[in-house]
Design a binder for this molecule. Sequence first.
Ligand SMILES: CC(=O)SCCNC(=O)CCNC(=O)[C@H](O)C(C)(C)COP(=O)(O)OP(=O)(O)OC[C@H]1O[C@@H](n2cnc3c(N)ncnc32)[C@H](O)[C@@H]1OP(=O)(O)O
Ligand SMILES: O=C([O-])CC(=O)C(=O)O
Length: 370
Amino acid sequence: MQATSPLASNDLAGVIVGETALSDVQGDSGSLNYRGTPIADLADKPFLIVVWYLLTGDWPTDAEHQQLAQFMRSQQALNNTEIALLQAVPEGTHPMLVLQGLIPLLNPVEEGPLAPAANQGLAIAAKISALIAALFRKEQGLTAITELPETDFHRRFLFMLRGELPRDDEVATLDTTQILQMEHSFNAGTFAGRVCASTEAPLQSVISASVGTLYGRLHGGADQAALAMAREIGDPAAAAKWVNQRLAQGQKIMGMGHREYRTLDPRAAILKPMALARCTEPNSRKLLDTLVAVEEACQAAFAERGREIHANVEFYKGAVFNSLGIPDHYFTALFAMARVYGYIAHFLEFKQHSRLIRPRAKYIGTVPSQ
Ligand SMILES: CC(=O)SCCNC(=O)CCNC(=O)[C@H](O)C(C)(C)COP(=O)(O)OP(=O)(O)OC[C@H]1O[C@@H](n2cnc3c(N)ncnc32)[C@H](O)[C@@H]1OP(=O)(O)O
Ligand SMILES: O=C([O-])CC(=O)C(=O)O
């Protein structure tokens, strides 16, 4: 029988539940680093170099970088079984549900540039990009692209999506956005994955559990929800009224606020100028200006109550993805496509000192009669 101790925490806010050397989120100062390197110094590096660094803690040599690039290409094309699985997905299924459902069915190889479990993770990561691209094409009645050009990872991803090679500025934008989203300590999705890993479930189950957790709009799904909000508002001039009405109804403004950051999310600080530089076409600019007006209105409303609120990584990311021609309902899937490297890194780290995670609940139900 369990002791009836008082409820300690029902949301784990501020509760330390483990250790990590992968990333540090400093909420008060608004800083983030991966393995000791500030996010701003990582944002412009080649994507796979940051992947290697996150997974191993070392910068790759040129040869290692090449090996990783070759491995990712070799694992990226979908095979016939994977294409058939995708074909069986009911029309209209959200890409995040597709990923959560199909990731456990992948059969990743163990041989590759790193240790077997890391290679399996990388193979899953490569397949995730291919699943997203193939699903995007399936929605348009197009077949999956399986002849893959020998080029950088995200250039190939955009090629698999569009059927034509993207411009350099588009690849650079996607590289930076994906680096910014790669890892974030014990966020809900990563923590769900650690819980799953603690039962000794395989990596596919761990990543699937994390992806399912990322989908919700209080977490990764806020990217799609924030742009949907801007589309609904439609015009910067309408933003303040809309925001004040929603707040008066006790509703949340998507993409604003954070459990850890008490100031601007350092990723939003990079994404906002990127969005401003990229969204020059009138419609996308109007959407972006609406987001800027929402941020200002939300901050003004909080300031009136003597409080602060700031944009998180989700707020401006949609405008950046929009400028790359990514439809709104794929934003969170692209988040998963980046965050998967964080999930893999946590899996590898957790496995070094694995113990079942099993908290206790305070029972408040009926007590059996004697
Ligand atoms: C990748 C990511 O996961 S980043 C986060 C993505 N999620 C979102 O953008 C969804 C919108 N934001 C939110 O819902 C919240 O800010 C969360 C879930 C991210 C963080 O929530 P918590 O840590 O629980 O903060 P909490 O909700 O306690 O916020 C404190 C107060 O600010 C309010 N608040 C926080 N965020 C918002 C928001 N976006 N809109 C309106 N009010 C907000 C809360 O209602 C609460 O008010 P109260 O004290 O009067 O009840
Ligand atoms: O850390 C969190 O709670 C949410 C977040 O910003 C992320 O997962 O990137």
